[in-house]
Write a protein that binds this ligand. Sequence first.
Ligand code: FES
Length: 315
Amino acid sequence: MIALKVAAIKRVTPAVVEVELRDALGSDLPPFSAGAHIAVHLPNDIVRSYSLTNDQRERDRYIIAVGRDSNSRGGSSFIHDVLEPSHQVKAEPPRNNFPFAEKAKHNVFFAGGIGITPYLSMIRRARELDCSWELYYSARSRSNGAFLNELEQLQQEGSRLVTHFDDEMNGQFIDLGKIVEQSDQDSDFYCCGPAPMLAAFKEATKGCPPERVHFELFSNLNEADTTGGFTVHLSRQNRSVFVAPGQTILTALLEAGIDAPASCREGVCGTCEVRVLEGKPFHRDSVLSEAERESNETMMICCSGSLTPDLTIDM
Ligand code: FES
């Protein structure tokens, strides 16, 4: 865990703030790659994951941007209403479930709402590598469009920024299918946004080679497995916990008083990933690729269950 202090907080839109975090003792921070996120442990014991928006070459700070969630359970509301410069927070080292592939001739980015955040670091990286890109940024209204000035400044030769504000388009969503169809098929396609946008993106890119299609979810499209009826063995703690019907592995462990890492609890951030030593998980997350699922080497305990009566995990 990294101890961080809040160096600055800046309001970007009425609903989005940008938070600059530095090492509490002034040391360099662990490196990250474009598209990465950190799980922030807030002083109110809530853990939330946020994409890093700054240049991956910067080692002295992490910058995150946080949208106010109207259904906040204490994450975004705490950051908006309580967090102040000089406060301390803890964070897990950066992870990257949405890496910039860096290989494509051209990159087509789709962002919905606060899903713009991972592209800020990706575009900085694309500039560094001189990769061309186009960004389709969709928000409910212009006032909800964060970082528009910054994105304009980040444009380079071969780049294009297209905004789509639903309220200016009679509530029509952006037509991802048409954009993908008209794009150079050697492009890599990326999407980060709410579930309906993701569903449209998956439909639009279903004919593309999977290695060219990249997405990050806000919420899991799969339901957590709460079938229960199996036992989880924790190899390092030499303990076993029965997962009852109605429980996830995570809830069973927490109820047994076992500390387990978790952030989103929805199978989208990867914080709860553990190594599987024996048994076969029933994967329900949206983090692992198909190949990673088949290898059964790791699993997300917040939402995935077990296909075998016993499951041994590296905890
Ligand atoms: S806590 Fe986020 S994937 Fe499990």
